[in-house]
Design a protein around this ligand. Structure first.
Ligand SMILES: NC(=O)C1=CN([C@@H]2O[C@H](COP(=O)(O)OP(=O)(O)OC[C@H]3O[C@@H](n4cnc5c(N)ncnc54)[C@H](OP(=O)(O)O)[C@@H]3O)[C@@H](O)[C@H]2O)C=CC1
Ligand SMILES: CC(=O)N[C@@H](CCC(=O)OP(=O)(O)O)C(=O)O
Length: 345
C-alpha cells in the first residue's frame, strides 16, 4: 500500500478524499489534519466514515504530514496551500493541491484575483492537473495544481472545439450553477438552509476568480487570447455543477461535428461521456462519480451552439480529479478507486 496524507481533512473536499481513499485498492491514509478537530477520531467527527478510517486528526504541520507519506493532498484554502507546498516538496512528498494557488501561470494575474504569492518559484514546476489534456506532464509531476470545479465543467466541453477551430474563440458565454458544497464547509450566512433552500441566484457577476483560470486554458487551446463571459449561480442542492455554454460556430459546425470532435478527443477517456442525440447532461447522473457528461444542441433561431456539461463538484470538480492525478503521479491505474457509479433516485 502507498501511504498518503491530507492537509485539511475536516472540509468537504477533505472528507470526500477520505471516502475515495477508503475505497482505493492501493492507497493507505496515514495522516489527516484539522485545526478544529485536532485530537478527535476521524470517524467520530464524520460518522459516514465509521469503520473506514482509523485515525485521529493531527495539526496542520506540513513537515509532519510529509513524513511517511509518498503524496500529500492539500485540501485547504488558497494561501494556506502555498504556505505548505514548499515544505512538503522539500520533505520529498509529491503534492496535489486542490486550491487555486498553483493553477495560474502568470503570478501577476494570480495576485490580481487572489493574494500576494508566497511561493512563486514553484509555479514553473506546477502541472495543471486536467489529465484529459496534460496526462503525460502529470505523470512526471511533483506538484499538481488541481483545477477549479467550475473550470473543469467549462474546459472539458470547450477545449477540443477550440483546438479544432469549430467555434469562434470570441464571444463565448458560460452560465454555470453549483451545489452549495462548492463553497466549502465553513459557516456562512449566505449558505444556511433558509437562504439557499427553494432559492436560485447568480453571484460574483462582476467577475469570479475562476474566470482567469478558464481564460488561461481556453487561450492556450485557441492559440489566441480568449475572453469569456462567465456567470456562476448557486443551486439549492448539495453537490453538482451544470454548465451551459454558448458559442458561435465556425465553418458551418453543427451538433454532429461537435459530437464527432468530442468523440475523437474523449473516445478513450474513462471519465468523459459524450451523450448521444436526445440526451442531455444531468447532475444526478454523475453524483458521487468522477464523470463528466457532455451534450450539445444548436439553437435553430440564433444559430448559436449550446454546450452542456455536468459533473460533481466534489469528485471530478475536486477530490476525484485529485485522486485521478495522484494515480498518475504514483504510476497506478488512473481509474483506481474511481469506478463508482451514481446513485439513482
Ligand atoms: N468544495 C468544492 O467543491 C471545491 C473546493 N476546491 C478547493 O479545495 C480547497 C478545500 O475546499 P473545501 O474542502 O471546500 O473547504 P472547506 O472550507 O470545507 O475546508 C477547508 C479545510 O482547510 C482547513 N484549513 C482552513 N484554514 C487553514 C489554514 N490556514 N491552514 C491549514 N488548513 C486550513 C480546514 O481545517 P480546520 O478548519 O479544521 O483547521 C478544513 O479542513 C479550497 O482551496 C477550495 O477552494 C476546489 C474545487 C471544488
Ligand atoms: C458554490 C461556490 O461558492 N463555489 C465556489 C467555488 C470556488 C472553489 O472552490 O474554487 P477554488 O477551487 O478555485 O478555490 C465559489 O464560487 O467561490
Amino acid at each position: 500500500m502507498i501511504p498518503v496524507a491530507i492537509m485539511g481533512g475536516s472540509g468537504y473536499t477533505g472528507v470526500e478524499l477520505m471516502r475515495l481513499i477508503a475505497g482505493h485498492p492501493e492507497l493507505e491514509l496515514v495522516a489527516v489534519s484539522s485545526g478544529q478537530f485536532k485530537g478527535q477520531a476521524v470517524d467520530q467527527v464524520f460518522g459516514a466514515l465509521e469503520g473506514a478510517v482509523n485515525l485521529s486528526f493531527v495539526d496542520h504541520d506540513a513537515r509532519a504530514l510529509a513524513q511517511g507519506a509518498a503524496l500529500v493532498f492539500l485540501a485547504v484554502p488558497h494561501k494556506a496551500a502555498m504556505a505548505a507546498a514548499p515544505d512538503l516538496l522539500a520533505a520529498g512528498a509529491k503534492v496535489v493541491d486542490l486550491s487555486a494557488d498553483f493553477r495560474i501561470h502568470d503570478v501577476a494575474v494570480y495576485e490580481k484575483w487572489y493574494a500576494p504569492h508566497s511561493a512563486p518559484e514553484l509555479l514553473a514546476q506546477a502541472v495543471y492537473g486536467l489529465p484529459e489534456f496534460y496526462r503525460n506532464q502529470v505523470k512526471g509531476a511533483q506538484l499538481v495544481a488541481n483545477p477549479g470545479c467550475y473550470v473543469t465543467s467549462v474546459l472539458v466541453p470547450l477545449v477540443p472545439l477550440l483546438k479544432a477551430g469549430l467555434v469562434e474563440p470570441q464571444g463565448l458565454i458560460a452560465d454555470s450553477a453549483s451545489g452549495v458544497s462548492g463553497a466549502g464547509r465553513s459557516a456562512k450566512l449566505g449558505l444556511i438552509h433558509g437562504e439557499v433552500h427553494e432559492n436560485f441566484k447568480a453571484y460574483a457577476v462582476d467577475g469570479h476568480r475562476h474566470t482567469p483560470e478558464m481564460e488561461q486554458e481556453l487561450s492556450l487551446a485557441a492559440g489566441a487570447e480568449v475572453r469569456l463571459t462567465f456567470t456562476p449561480h448557486l443551486l439549492p442542492m448539495d453537490r453538482g455543477i451544470l454548465s451551459t455554454i454558448y458559442a458561435r460556430p465556425r465553418a458551418g459546425a453543427d451538433a454532429e461535428a461537435v459530437r464527432a470532435c468530442w468523440q475523437k478527443a474523449y473516445g478513450e477517456e474513462p471519465f468523459v461521456r459524450v451523450l448521444p442525440p436526445g440526451r442531455l447532461p444531468a447532475t444526478k447522473e454523475v453524483r458521487g462519480t468522477n464523470r463528466v457528461q457532455l451534450g450539445v444542441a444548436v439553437d435553430p433561431r440564433s444559430g448559436l451552439i449550446k454546450l452542456f456539461s455536468a459533473l460533481d463538484n466534489l469528485t471530478k470538480g475536486a477530490s476525484g480529479q485529485a485522486m485521478q492525478n495522484a494515480n498518475l503521479m504514483l504510476g497506478l491505474d488512473e481509474t483506481a478507486g474511481l469506478r463508482e457509479l451514481a446513485l439513482t433516485p
